[in-house]
Design a protein around this ligand. Structure first.
Ligand code: ATP
Length: 218
């Protein structure tokens, strides 16, 4: 279980998270709903270790986690897909995926069954036909699939996804939603920030944030 207790985070003098506590069960899909500026992205960044000065306790499988650097959290199986996706625009789809793959030595130290290029392409079949295309020449939805695929290639099992269905065509929203449902069935844990409540029907838990506070748990 991921346990978060009394998490606070700020940008300079401006506090963006206030005393946020939550539990996330392994293998569950948890959504964080909230309007613009509610603190959803800040929550995901704090869990990934990307908010310097954040305070509070985070534990993963009962072990303290909050002092680890982002790359150490990544080695523990955490993967973050930011809203802007941060793909390598000039690299091809294949290169974007392969670059994320851990080395053989790193793979040997991983507990989870490794996930390969083929598994990502099975999850997102439409990427198969565009392996040699630069990421810059993909639609927003295709880029979202690639960003998710790239994070899976790092062997992440705890996925922190910022607005995975935002700004993409309805058909591709369906593809992304189906892939997320499959990942959940395969035992991945998903914490997803979303404003438009597209994924509500498949969530195990829905949290609501408002002005940096966790206001409601369903
Ligand atoms: P959105 O749905 O618009 O992405 P959000 O719920 O993810 O919103 P956050 O991005 O976490 O909200 O923002 C929380 C608060 O922190 C907001 O008041 C926002 O203005 C502020 N904030 C976010 N990023 C920065 C930044 N880089 N510098 C300063 N303030 C920031």
């Amino acid at each position: 279980m991921l346990e978060i207790r009394h998490l606070n985070a700020s940008y300079g003098q401006a506090q963006a998270l206030f005393d946020v506590s939550m539990d996330i069960q392994i293998g569950s899909m948890v959504l964080v709903h909230g309007l613009n500026g509610a603190g959803k992205s800040t929550l995901l960044k704090s869990i990934m270790g990307l908010m310097p000065g954040a305070s509070g306790q985070i534990s993963w499988h009962g072990q303290a986690f909050e002092k680890l650097a982002p790359h150490e959290r990544s080695k523990k199986g955490f993967g973050y897909v930011p809203e802007d996706r941060r793909l390598f625009a000039a690299l091809t789809v294949r290169q974007n995926l392969e670059i994320a793959m851990p080395s053989q030595a790193q793979k040997a130290s991983l507990h989870a069954e490794s996930l390969h290029l083929k598994d990502v392409l099975d999850l997102f079949p439409s990427l198969r036909g565009m392996l040699d295309r630069p990421a810059s020449q993909m639609s927003g939805g295709e880029q979202q699939m690639l960003a998710l695929g790239r994070t899976l290639m790092t062997q992440a099992r705890m996925l922190l996804l910022d607005e995975p269905c935002e700004g993409i065509s309805p058909v591709l929203v369906q593809s992304v939603a189906q892939a997320l449902e499959k990942l959940k069935k395969q035992g991945f844990t998903l914490l997803i920030a979303e404003q438009n409540q597209v994924l509500s029907r498949m969530a195990d838990k829905i949290l609501r944030m408002n002005s940096g506070h966790l206001t409601e748990t369903m």
